[in-house]
Write a protein that binds this ligand. Structure first.
Ligand SMILES: Nc1nc2c(ncn2[C@@H]2O[C@H](COP(=O)(O)OP(=O)(O)O)[C@@H](O)[C@H]2O)c(=O)[nH]1
Ligand SMILES: [Mg+2]
Length: 266
């Protein structure tokens, strides 16, 4: 199956409730990608000084994988549409939702990819995985079978990506269905696995909405931080705040090639 990402001429405006001014906290300190209280200082300074290069135009690809019926579609719909309805959007072919944020004053977009039920056959098109900056592996906290398949999902998603460049999240879904005792037993196992995989662990409920926004804000923030750090590293001592400036008369025109690399089609 081939998948085409439509060219985006105009990005939607950033909603007021998608503004991130501080690093959202992790779910559990024992399994966080990092436990710092705030954004990296280099990142904060770069944002203050508007030296984030092309990050403001960047769209990070986020994929959600996991067994059929663990609640991947519901999780995306809860965050993007604030509804709990798996039929909200009939998934035909691979599809994604675009979510725009403003992080430390800089626009940042996530493309959240949902599968089209191909997970039923454990055979997801490689285009789905390719180019993911964030991989979310979902399992149902009430279904040990779905938990035991996490490693396989990880392996499949990393085949198409540079494993060192991917940020990994392990998400236990349907927390509302488990009793506190059952849940805490499951959580022990999940924390162990998350640590082994260098993933950040979260437990959520799309039915009640518990931790859903917190989780995606954390994803957006960590993806943003990584993107800014990568941009700073790439630029070295060069002034990266100046890469996209086009004027009609221009010796600046030869910089437009940089703009093409930025995923921005404005
Ligand atoms: N109780 C409860 N049910 C859920 C939750 N999330 C999903 N479900 C149910 O689980 C089933 C599968 O959800 P879906 O999002 O389609 O799973 P997917 O195949 O992984 O995309 C549906 O019947 C949902 O109503 C949740 O947080 N709590
Ligand atoms: Mg689905």
């Amino acid at each position: 199956m081939s998948v085409r990402v439509p060219a985006m001429s105009v990005l939607p405006p950033i909603r007021k409730d998608r503004v991130i001014a501080r690093l959202p906290q992790c779910f559990r300190k024992e399994a966080a990608l990092h436990t710092k209280e705030d954004f990296n200082n280099k990142v904060k300074t770069a944002c203050q000084e508007q030296r984030t290069g092309t990050v403001g135009f960047k769209i990070s690809k986020v994929i959600v994988v996991g067994d059929l019926a663990v609640g991947k579609t519901c999780l995306i719909n809860r965050f993007c549409k604030d509804v709990f309805d798996k039929n909200y959007k009939a998934t035909i072919g691979v599809d994604f939702e675009m979510e725009r944020f403003e992080v430390l004053g800089v626009p940042f977009s996530l493309q959240l990819w949902d599968t089209a039920g191909q997970e039923r056959f454990k055979c997801i098109a490689s285009t789905y995985y390719r180019g993911a900056q964030v991989v979310i592996i979902a399992f149902d906290v009430n279904d040990i079978g779905s938990f035991s398949h996490v490693r396989q999902w990880l392996e499949d998603s990393l085949k198409e990506n540079d494993p060192t460049a991917v940020q990994l999240f392990l998400v236990g879904t349907k927390k509302d269905l488990s009793s506190p005792a059952q849940y805490s037993q499951m959580e022990q196992e999940a924390l162990k696995l998350a640590q082994e995989l260098s993933a950040e662990y979260w437990a959520v409920s799309s039915l009640t909405g518990e931790n859903v926004n917190e989780f995606f804000f954390r994803v957006a923030s960590l993806a943003f931080e990584t993107s800014v750090l990568a941009e700073l590293e790439k630029s070295g001592s060069r002034q990266i705040g100046e890469v996209v400036r086009i004027s009609s008369n221009s010796s600046n025109l030869n910089r437009s090639s940089k703009k093409k690399q930025s995923n921005c089609c404005q």
